[in-house]
Design a protein around this ligand. Structure first.
Ligand SMILES: *[C@@H]1O[C@H](CO)[C@@H](O)[C@H](O)[C@H]1NC(C)=O
Ligand SMILES: *[C@@H]1O[C@H](CO)[C@@H](O)[C@H](O)[C@H]1NC(C)=O
Length: 177
């Protein structure tokens, strides 16, 4: 099934975001850009009859759950790394990147606010910041230092957060037109 983009925009304008049920063709277009197509496709099809704004809201909710779970994991890892300064530094830095004030959790709230205001570009910027924070945690902030060899579950959790945030970025481009 092939939908071209301009007809999508036309239909979108005619029927409005709130009444528009997202067709499979558009889910394919959004997820084709993802590092992990099947993850994206499964997430966006968990309720296929929904409209794009509702779908975005759900995706932001998933991001919030995933970021919150990641913060819990990081706090546990910090408590377990008392005798290992390198591990402790790594996890402490990751906590900053995931926390509310200067990290991913604050940006999830900001993306939420932007969605409410129908500022889809602003929502995309907030979601892009989440991706950057996740990468700063995993790869480290300094390109000259090798990434911390993290054998905990954190890289897996972080990967999921990154995938979900990326999906919000891709959707923001659709909503922004
Ligand atoms: C896609 O993401 C899922 C969930 O994190 C993971 O289990 C799977 O291995 C990933 N697939 C690829 C191709 O990276
Ligand atoms: C991410 O959120 C989804 C949906 O709420 C949940 O099923 C999944 O277990 C979460 N994964 C992590 C790593 O928190």
């Amino acid at each position: 099934m092939v939908y071209n983009f301009s007809s999508f925009v036309l239909v979108f304008l005619l029927f409005g975001a709130s009444s528009y049920a997202i067709p499979v063709g558009e889910v394919n277009d959004i997820c084709r850009q993802s590092k992990n197509f099947s993850f994206c496709f499964t997430l966006l099809n968990s309720n296929p009859s929904t409209n794009l704004v509702t779908l975005t809201q759900r995706t932001i909710n998933v991001a919030r759950v995933n970021v919150t779970n990641t913060i819990k994991l990081i706090k546990l890892l910090i408590s377990q790394s008392a005798g290992d300064p390198n591990a402790k530094n790594h996890y402490t830095s990751c906590l900053v990147h995931f926390n509310y004030n200067e990290g991913a959790l604050g940006k999830v709230d900001y993306a939420q606010e932007m969605l409410k205001n129908k500022d889809y570009q602003g929502m995309g910027v907030a979601a892009t910041a989440i991706v950057t924070y996740v990468e700063d945690c995993i790869s480290g902030e300094s390109p000259s230092d090798p990434p911390y060899p993290d054998h905990s579950m954190l890289p897996k959790y972080a990967y999921v957060v990154e995938l979900v945030a990326e999906i919000i970025v891709f959707i923001s481009k659709y909503l922004g037109h």
